[in-house]
Design a protein around this ligand. Structure first.
Ligand SMILES: [Zn+2]
Length: 412
C-alpha cells in the first residue's frame, strides 16, 4: 500500500508553525485574514505549485490544489483550515491541510492518476474571527450580500475591509458556491481536541456522527432585596433558581439524553452582584449537544420544563433565547466503511466515535457525503501551544487518509 512521506509532513507542520508565532508565549496567532493568515495561504499556494498540482483560490479565499482525474465524475475533496484561534498550537486544522497536501503530492510523484479528480482545500476562517466556517459556508452557498457587508470581528473590524486590505473583492465570496453534484465526498483529518483517544491509546478515531448543538441565554428574574432584612422564606432569590437547575442537569441528561449528550452552563452572571443583596436576576448560558436531532429536541423541552418548574417553585420569572442551533450530521456510510477498511488493511487500531466539536465537515455534510478522521490530542489539549500529537499517530492517520482517498477516487 502507498504510504505518505512523514518527514515532509513534519517539515511542513514545523514551517507553518513559524508563521504567526509569538516569540513570548510561543502561541500561534494566525486568525483569519490577518497578515499571518495571508502569509500562510501564500505559503500553501507555493507548496501546491511546487508539487506540480493545479492551484486555485476561490472568492472566499479558500486555497485549493487539484490532481486531475481521468474522468469528469464528481470529485473527492480533502481538507480543513490553516487559520487559528489566538495563541494556538501547531496542529488543529493545519494538520488536516498538510496531510491532504501530502496525499496529493504523493500520488503526483508516483504518477498515479485516479478516476476521480482529487482536490485539497484549505477553508477560510474556520475558527471564527468573523463568525466561523466562512470558507465552507461560502462553498455551500450559505453566504449572502448582507452578511458579507456586516460580518465583523470582536474589535469591530469589518470582514469586507479586511478582505479589501489584502486586495480581495469581498462580494466575490458569493461566487465560491459549488454545485453539490460536482462533489462526490469530502474528507477531513483533524486532531481530536479531546482526551478520549489518548486515554484508550488508539492512533485513530473514525467519526461516525458529528454532534449538533443548541445554545441558550437564560434569565431567571426574582427580586433584589436587602440580605439582612429579608427573611429567607420571603425571598425571590434568582441565584437559588440557577443552583436548583444546575443540580437537575445530570438527571435531565440521564432521563432524556444519550451516552453522547453533553450540557454545560459555561457563563453566569448574578445581578445586581453585591455581597449584601439577595440576587434579583441571573443570566446564564446553556450549551447542549448530541448526535441525534430527536434527542436534542427532547432535551430542549426537558430543560424548558425544568426551568419553568423551578421558576414556579422559587417565584421567579423564566425567559430564554436560543442563540444558535446546529443540526447533527451523520458521516457517509460509504466513506466510513472505506476508512475502516483501509485502517484494517494498514493494521491500525481505531475507535468509532462521534465528533463533539464543530468542523468544516459539519457544514459540508449538509451538502455532500462526508467523513472525518481524528488523531489523538496529548492529554486532550488543544487551542494552546501545548497541543500535540505523536508523529507516529500522525503517520497512521495520514496513511489511512491517503489510501481512503485512492479507494474513493478509483471506485468507478
Ligand atoms: Zn480546527
Amino acid at each position: 500500500m502507498l504510504q505518505v512521506n512523514l518527514e515532509r509532513i513534519k517539515s511542513d507542520i514545523l514551517t507553518l508553525a513559524e508563521i504567526g508565532r509569538n516569540k513570548e508565549d510561543r502561541g500561534i496567532y494566525r486568525m483569519a485574514f490577518t497578515d499571518a493568515d495571508i502569509e500562510a495561504k501564500r505559503w500553501l499556494s507555493d507548496r501546491i505549485v511546487a508539487a506540480d498540482l493545479e492551484h486555485a483560490v476561490d472568492g472566499a479565499v479558500n486555497v485549493s490544489g487539484v490532481l486531475e482525474g481521468s474522468t469528469d465524475q464528481p470529485r473527492v475533496m480533502v481538507g480543513s483550515h490553516i487559520d487559528t484561534v489566538p495563541c494556538a498550537g501547531a496542529l488543529d486544522g493545519t494538520l488536516g491541510v498538510v496531510v491532504g497536501l501530502e496525499c496529493l503530492r504523493r500520488l503526483k510523484e508516483e504518477g498515479r492518476q485516479l478516476k476521480r479528480t482529487l482536490e485539497l482545500i484549505a477553508f477560510s476562517d474556520e475558527e471564527g474571527r468573523f463568525g466561523g466556517m466562512f470558507g465552507s459556508q461560502s462553498l455551500c452557498g450559505h453566504i449572502n450580500p448582507e452578511r458579507l457587508a456586516t460580518m465583523k470581528d470582536l474589535d469591530g473590524v469589518l470582514l469586507q475591509d479586511e478582505l479589501r486590505r489584502h486586495d480581495y473583492d469581498p462580494m466575490a465570496a458569493l461566487d465560491a458556491a459549488r454545485d453539490p453534484e460536482s462533489i462526490a465526498s469530502y474528507l477531513e483529518l483533524h486532531i481530536e481536541q479531546g482526551p478520549v483517544l489518548d486515554r484508550v491509546h488508539k492512533s485513530l478515531g473514525i467519526v461516525d456522527e458529528i454532534t449538533g448543538l443548541f445554545s441558550w441565554s437564560v434569565w431567571l428574574r426574582g427580586e433584589a432585596n436587602h440580605a439582612g432584612t429579608t427573611p429567607m422564606e420571603m425571598r425571590n432569590d434568582a441565584f437559588m433558581g440557577l443552583a436548583d437547575f444546575a443540580h437537575e442537569v445530570p438527571r435531565i441528561l440521564e432521563e432524556n439524553g444519550s451516552q453522547r449528550s453533553r450540557a454545560t452552563i459555561g457563563k453566569a452572571q448574578i445581578l445586581p452582584g453585591a455581597a449584601n443583596t439577595v440576587p434579583g436576576l441571573v443570566e446564564f448560558s446553556l450549551d447542549v449537544r448530541d448526535t441525534s436531532e430527536v434527542i436534542l429536541d427532547d432535551l430542549s423541552s426537558a430543560f424548558r420544563k425544568a426551568l419553568s418548574a423551578i421558576a414556579r417553585r422559587r417565584n421567579l420569572m423564566f425567559e430564554f433565547e436560543q442563540k444558535s442551533y446546529l443540526a447533527p450530521v451523520g458521516c457517509s456510510e460509504v466513506v466510513v466503511h472505506e476508512l475502516m477498511e483501509q485502517a484494517n488493511k494498514l493494521g491500525i487500531d481505531f475507535l468509532a466515535m462521534p465528533s463533539g466539536a464543530a468542523h468544516d465537515a459539519q457544514i459540508m455534510g449538509r451538502m455532500v457525503p462526508v467523513g472525518m478522521v481524528f488523531v489523538p490530542s496529548k492529554n486532550g489539549q488543544s487551542h494552546s501551544p501545548a497541543e500535540w500529537t505523536a508523529w507516529a499517530d500522525i503517520g497512521a492517520g495520514a496513511n489511512v487518509m491517503l489510501n481512503t482517498l485512492i479507494g474513493l477516487a478509483d471506485d468507478l
